[in-house]
Ligand binder design. Sequence first.
Ligand code: SAJ
Length: 414
Amino acid sequence: MGINTVAVIGLGYIGLPTAAILASKDVTVVGVDVNLSTVEAINRGDVPFVEPDLAMYVAGAVQQGTLRATATPEPADAFIVAVPTPFRGDHEPDLSYVESAAKTLAPQLRGGELLILESTSPPGATRKMAEWVLEARPDLSLDGADGHPQIHVAHCPERVLPGRVMIELVTNDRIVGGLTPEAAQMAKDLYAIFCQGEILLTDAVTAEMAKLVENSFRDVNIAFANEISLIADRVGVDVWELIRLANHHPRVNVLQPGPGVGGHCIAVDPWFLVDAAPEQARLIRTAREVNDSKPRWVVDKAVAAVEGIEAPTIAALGLTFKADIDDLRESPARRIVAELADRLPRAQVLAVDPHVQQLPAELARRENVDLGDLDQALGADVVMVLVDHSDFRTALTEDATGRISVIDTRGVLA
Ligand code: SAJ
């Protein structure tokens, strides 16, 4: 069966770019989302969040008539599920959004469709999704046994970097893991419509694991850099110079320390591996703990820096989870500002971020946290650099900061 229509379930940071790029290749795409304001925005040709070039793709596809959004699924030749997979409780994967996507799409199936799970998932989630669909539709099957029409199920994890999504969707290699080899091949044919990278076929569990391993690899490496920053501080050497020098070794590439690890991927996905094999995943768990403890360390530094000042002003430069984007998910900067405001009730914390026009609710509710601008920040008793936005890099010269105390968690001054 050829694929002419695709339904993308979940129009977030991954689903919407994927829907838009497919639609730009003349595939008829229906985006499905439970959030009505997202659906309305897309049908107007608008985007609900900032990602370079995305607005152009969405507006173009909507105008061309190849992309539209709806709150209720419809039949399609292929379904791409791109819903959140957070964790709950003690870092256990929460597949409830995948389950509900499976149950919503099941009534639309006629047999022969391709179902792709794109959400980052713990090992076994793709099979689980197929089981949820088949529970709702016992007339269908994975293998065509007893004349039951087949559905084809695969996992194809996204690997795009926020800020470069529209480029990396096209250029990155992709891993496609099928519950059957036929499903993997069908998914490969679909991604080949827009992906110029290599498309590598495997089974579903290996594909699930590959994505988790990639993000855990990065988390462990960032944890190493963060641990080095604590040791350097203890010993009294400049960590930025230290890492720059060590990285001259041909086989050493230490990443950059920071105020902690944010975003909805690297701070979350390693826990799926820990949950899958708690006894074995010792290094991965420790890396998560090291990275998660870094914001507290920054707070302690700021508290020490204003000791003796009756009612200090502390500026926090940056609230997003990394540079030059507007994404606030799991941002360590938010945690630092909130904790600092609570630890020092007499202090005023001034948050500055060129990409944030409104304080997130948990900060707005604190009386001693305000949104300010860079000029005001440079008059504070202490300035914490929490995100290395390009604007900060140019503004924070030696001149501007020479008179004040700076806690530079990103090496902007280095
Ligand atoms: N960070 C550091 N030091 C570094 C690099 C990053 O502290 O040297 C921090 C960042 O400031 C940020 C966090 O780590 O808070 C994560 O940022 P990131 O740029 O490493 O990654 P994400 O979360 O934006 O995107 C990652 C990417 N995964 C890998 O690079 C292995 C991306 O390719 C994935 O598609 C994405 O996760 C995802 O959706 O899973």
